[in-house]
Design a protein around this ligand. Structure first.
Ligand code: NAD
Length: 347
């Protein structure tokens, strides 16, 4: 599809259509809220269970509500008058979190179950669900050089325990709402997303943010070494946040992608050792590497096969990792320094 023909919110919605975004106190939904706000949408309702002062971003002019979307009544209130609903709320984090807190991850099924029903009852036009590459069969991801994952690789199912199964089941809800009730749903399987205004400390952070922080900690304290989870040979791809928000918009407004899960991720594969080297280069330091082989390290290798997204949208996430990581490092450094100076950072 040519760039000019790709429908987006700006060409499909009226500026005062009600947009509802769940999980907006967090990283991706916070960025999505800003994305729509910057395009001139005037009725955005942003929701998160975190108290408002703890939101990563609070966008001026946006209705920000602290509500628990695992509760049916809160979902009903959240979806009142909605034209589009974006569900990005989930109890989640990096490997350290999802391997340890499987029950919390599974309980996110309540969020999607109530949100999609509330959106349907409210008469919304479209519903978006943020799935994950963790929905893919783990048997296909054992080695660092495994083939990139294509959409059909989710079945036969052997998803990541807890988090991945919740995503797979919620995808199925979205597909059945379309099949049985003709409620238009869209599903993106995100592969690792990174960027400014994301979690960078506290146990839920993901590899790019954790590695940037560890590099600056080593610089700051003079420790000169870095602890890496696993042997560092695990491979991943990482998508910059601006690609993610654009991709969500295109996927949500593409008629060929109704109830059809699609990869939204970069296909630039890098090992964790390679990621550390990039962060060291940005930080201007070389560190001694220690490997914690008992730490959670996830699958051996995971990449996004972008054949389908290129075919259907004529586009794929393309921000070079070095550029995105540089911006992320700079933002985390500001946060790190702010915390050191006694201010309250985002984390
Ligand atoms: P995040 O943790 O920064 O944001 C999720 C937000 O959901 C949090 O602010 C949390 O408070 C909120 N939330 C949790 N339970 C809630 C509830 N019951 N009611 C209301 N709000 C609730 O995570 P993120 O990285 O922004 O992820 C957003 C979505 O994308 C999630 O569904 C996640 O599973 C998915 N995803 C993210 C990545 C990634 O690399 N970040 C990769 C794959 C999928």
């Amino acid at each position: 599809m040519a760039k000019k023909d790709r429908p987006k919110a700006a060409s499909v919605l009226k500026k005062d259509d009600q947009i509802v975004i769940g999980g907006a106190g967090g990283f991706i939904a916070g960025a999505l809220t800003r994305y729509f706000h910057d395009q001139g949408f005037t009725r955005i309702r942003a929701i998160d269970k975190k108290p408002l002062p703890q939101w990563y971003q609070r966008v001026p002019g946006v209705e920000c509500l602290c509500m628990d979307l695992s509760h049916e009544d809160d979902c009903k209130r959240a979806c009142e008058g909605a034209v589009e609903v974006y569900n990005l709320a989930a109890d989640m984090g990096g490997m350290g979190f999802i391997e340890r807190f499987r029950i919390e991850c599974l309980r996110s099924i309540l969020i999607n179950t109530h949100m999609i029903e509330a959106a349907y009852r409210a008469g919304a036009t479209r519903y978006f669900f943020s799935s994950s590459a963790c929905a893919y069969n783990v048997e296909l991801q054992k080695n660092p050089d495994c083939p990139a994952l294509k959409e059909s690789d989710a079945y036969p199912a052997m998803a990541e325990r807890g988090y991945g199964w919740e995503k797979l089941m919620s995808e199925m809800f979205c597909q059945e709402y379309w099949a049985e009730r003709h409620f238009e749903t869209h599903i993106a399987r995100f592969h690792n997303v990174y960027g400014p205004w994301g979690t960078w400390d506290g146990g839920r952070e993901k590899a790019p943010a954790a590695i940037c922080r560890k590099v600056m900690e080593a610089k700051d304290t003079g420790a000169r070494d870095i602890t890496i989870w696993g042997d560092g040979h695990q491979t991943r791809s990482f998508m910059y946040i601006d690609d993610c928000t654009q991709g969500i918009d295109m996927i949500m407004h593409c008629d060929a992608l109704i109830a059809t899960p699609i990869n939204l991720g970069s296909n630039f594969l890098v090992s964790i050792n390679g990621l550390v080297a990039m962060a060291e280069e940005i930080g201007g330091i070389k560190l001694k590497r220690k490997y914690d082989l008992n730490a959670p390290k996830g699958v051996g290798g995971r990449n996004s096969d972008n054949t389908f997204i290129k075919q259907v949208l004529g586009w794929e996430p393309d921000t070079p990792l070095k550029d995105g990581l540089r911006k992320t490092y700079a933002w985390i450094e500001q946060q790190y320094m702010a915390r050191k100076a006694g201010q309250r950072p985002v984390s």
